[in-house]
Ligand binder design. Sequence first.
Ligand code: ATP
Ligand code: MG
Length: 572
Amino acid sequence: MSKGSVEPENKEALKNFITQEIEKDLQEGKNGGAVLTRFPPEPNGYLHIGHAKSICLNFGLAQQFGGKTNLRFDDTNPVKEDVEYVDSIMEDIRWLGFEWEGEPKYASDYFDQLYEWAVMLIKKGKAYVDHQSAEEIAAQKGTPTEPGQESPYRNRTVEENLELFEKMKNGEFEEGECVLRAKIDMASPNMHLRDPLMYRIIKKEHHRTGDKWCIYPMYDFAHGQSDFIEGITHSICTLEFEVHRPLYNWFLEQIIEDMDPKPTVVPRQIEFARLNLNYTVMSKRKLLELVENNYVDGWDDPRMPTISGLRRRGYTPESIRDFADRIGVAKRDGIIDVALLEHCVRDDLNKTAPRVYAVLDPVKLIITNYPEGKVEMMVAVNNPEDESMGTREIPFSREIYIEKDDFMIDPPKKFFRLAPGKEVRLKNAYIIKCEDYKQDENGEVTEIYCTYDPDTRSGMEGSKRKVKGTLHWVSVEQSIPAEVRLYDRLFSDEDPNGHDGVDFKEFLNPDSLKIVKTARLEPNLKDVKPLDKFQFQRLGYFCVDKTSSEDNLVFNRTVPLKDTWAKMAKKK
Ligand code: ATP
Ligand code: MG
């Protein structure tokens, strides 16, 4: 894989290869001018950022060409599937801002049709029941350079196969006793054409069809036909399915051969590179492992690369769609820097998130020449990027909190924050000067004493006076408490999957969550609701957690302010 092969600048160029193909089809008058795409998730886990890319692509292409997009659950394996997943998938797609055509579809809706087609293939002498074990079948597969061996059951008569397949369907065999295979070519250079499985026995209830079936079609026997049944014009899928394409086409050729009149729409598969992100795992199996073993707080843990996790973390649909746009569509696998995703959410929240004051690790600061009991309301701009967001008032008084690390007793040269004898500006308020401080027995600073210059309030003549540092603050009495969760990347290694023989969980970042219980916020934040988003000035973007309530405010840090992506992009 080539690293960082996708630059945000050339997104148009990359996107074009699929749009060009579709344009060509339309110009040639294919499919009666229709464009129908689909998003086909398997309901065996929550959607992740890779799925978001596929969703943006499929729905985006349809929008671009005035077409439509189906949502189809590829529910061919009852063992791993669940309605919880179905519901979460629908919620996530809608949250991203897309709506599918009509009712959601299910591959299981086509089980009857698929069964009929399997019978048809048997009748054509192109499918057979094999009684060998999975191991035996695997052993006969051969290698890409050596042909496989034919199964001893390959040349059964049509009648015998029909009878046996019927028995499979009626539950007369146990799981693993036999399978239905396509009879194609055991010497094909494409391994997927070496008599692939079509049906296997699974004696488990299905979340939609109940106990109606005990044989289930393989994904490869269901996927292409489901597209065909729905009239999908362009089946966009990830690169690993390129080698399956001849098989999908073979199945469809067998079906279409007997059709009269011929169908007007035959799905065309186009492959693109799946999204890989550094510092992230994206396989649903691995994400499930993290959830089931409580390494994270559920599928929507704000550290998860799931759409629900990103949402809880404070990502917006706009930022995810922007990310999908910027990475574009490539034909070769690459790894995208997760810093780009973080850049996209910063970019969006910069425009939309109100600025507020929050002090996470407070130390008390007393302004000794400020009248006791006096409270002034200071006016602050809500978002300098957007005047229409207006202003708000923040109470200022004699006792305030500032961040502990904004004060140093013995600062190095370039420290422009507060220190004994030094001046700073309190943002939207006055210039203060540090006169003294108090320490506890461990040397920890417990109180800072300052004087203020009453002429320096914003708008006054003295406010033009320059000082090097500006600090955020909250008034002790009026500020409100909150819990703040500081998230960092879930993995501390760039490629947690890439170490042979070492489990990916070995690379979990032990510092991926830091819970801060000491935070004090400006009082304007008392009525926030889950998912409300803010910029805590100088600290980063934060989002109200789903567990937050009026008496127990909880915020998640979406991202700190420092933008490593923008920095790198500038350097290039
Ligand atoms: P996983 O490997 O995480 O289990 P999957 O491919 O099995 O993913 P599906 O539910 O089958 O998951 O995927 C639904 C659609 O999303 C498919 O069309 C698939 O190609 C696409 N998709 C899945 N992962 C990615 C990814 N990382 N980048 C782009 N598209 C993806
Ligand atoms: Mg899949």
